[in-house]
Design a protein around this ligand. Structure first.
Ligand code: IPE
Ligand code: IPE
Ligand code: MG
Length: 252
């Protein structure tokens, strides 16, 4: 930690409850050093640990990480296999840390597409951390926003068909209840590393009013101070939700 940590500039009273991160740039980070992309993924695990710890220490309740998208299945078999092996290894190695830090693990996405061993390792860690309540760490695996929205539409259609819900009952609240994030608030802050400024099919519904923060840093280099910087930046924004700045000041 540096002498003057940005942590001191954070207003704990106005912390985001939910931070979502698109962890990008592992491949380029490795390439810069003449290494294989997989080396970047391996070094990305440390950044996951740092971000989780920093959020839990501050009191952020939900941290959601985009780890593997639906589209990432289209990468080379070599890279996909390496990522899956890394996931299994991380699951078994981090269980203790999760429990020591009172962090509950959660996963969203089309998890049935994961190799069986990964699926089982994941479910085991989820089960063994289910009573932790300091923070929920959600890994988005084989996840995409459009997939999730289509899934929700399908589930609602089934309920309408069986007569459990009426068409008139379908509103934004009802729709949200059928998303895999139904037990969390929407992220107030979205962070994307590596200089790319796009959403890449991440939480399309949930990010409707999130503040976006982009940094040039590649994911393996993203540390606690970088997270604090993102939160400080977020706290300097005015979230208007369609209203005017004047209205917000009057209602204060
Ligand atoms: C993010 O890093 C991790 C995953 C998508 C799994 P990338 O692998 O996308 O790295 P870049 O963007 O190619 O540098
Ligand atoms: C988004 O990163 C997905 C994850 C971080 C897991 P990508 O690197 O796959 O995104 P694009 O394809 O460059 O937009
Ligand atoms: Mg990328």
């Amino acid at each position: 930690m540096t002498m003057n940590s940005l942590k001191e500039k954070i207003n704990i009273e106005r912390l985001p409850q939910h931070i979502a991160i698109i962890m990008d740039g592992n491949g380029r980070w490795a390439k810069e050093q003449g290494k294989l992309r997989v080396f970047g993924h391996q070094n990305g695990v440390g950044a996951v640990r740092a971000a989780s710890e920093a959020c839990a220490e501050l009191g952020v309740k939900y941290l959601t990480l985009y780890a593997f998208s639906t589209e990432n299945w289209n990468r080379s078999q070599f890279e996909v296999d390496a990522l899956m092996r890394l996931l299994s290894k991380t699951m078994s190695e981090e269980l203790k840390t999760l429990n020591n830090n009172n962090i509950r693990l959660n996963a969203i996405g089309d998890l049935e597409r994961l190799p069986k061993s990964n699926y089982e390792a994941l479910m085991k860690t989820i089960d063994e951390t289910k009573n932790n309540d300091r923070m929920t760490l959600t890994l988005c695996l084989s996840y995409s926003g459009r997939w999730e929205i289509a899934q929700a539409a399908k589930k609602i259609a089934e309920k309408v068909k069986s007569g459990e819900i009426n068409i008139e009952q379908i509103d934004e609240k009802c729709f949200s209840d059928f998303l895999s994030t139904n037990d969390m608030p929407d992220p107030e802050l979205l962070i994307r590393t590596s200089g790319e400024e796009r959403i890449s099919n991440f939480l399309l519904w949930q990010l409707a009013y999130s503040e976006f923060y982009f940094t040039e840093k590649f994911w393996p280099d993203f540390g606690k101070e970088d997270l604090y910087a993102a939160i400080v930046d977020y706290q300097n924004r005015e979230r208007r939700f369609g209203k005017t700045s004047e209205q917000l000041k009057e209602n204060k």
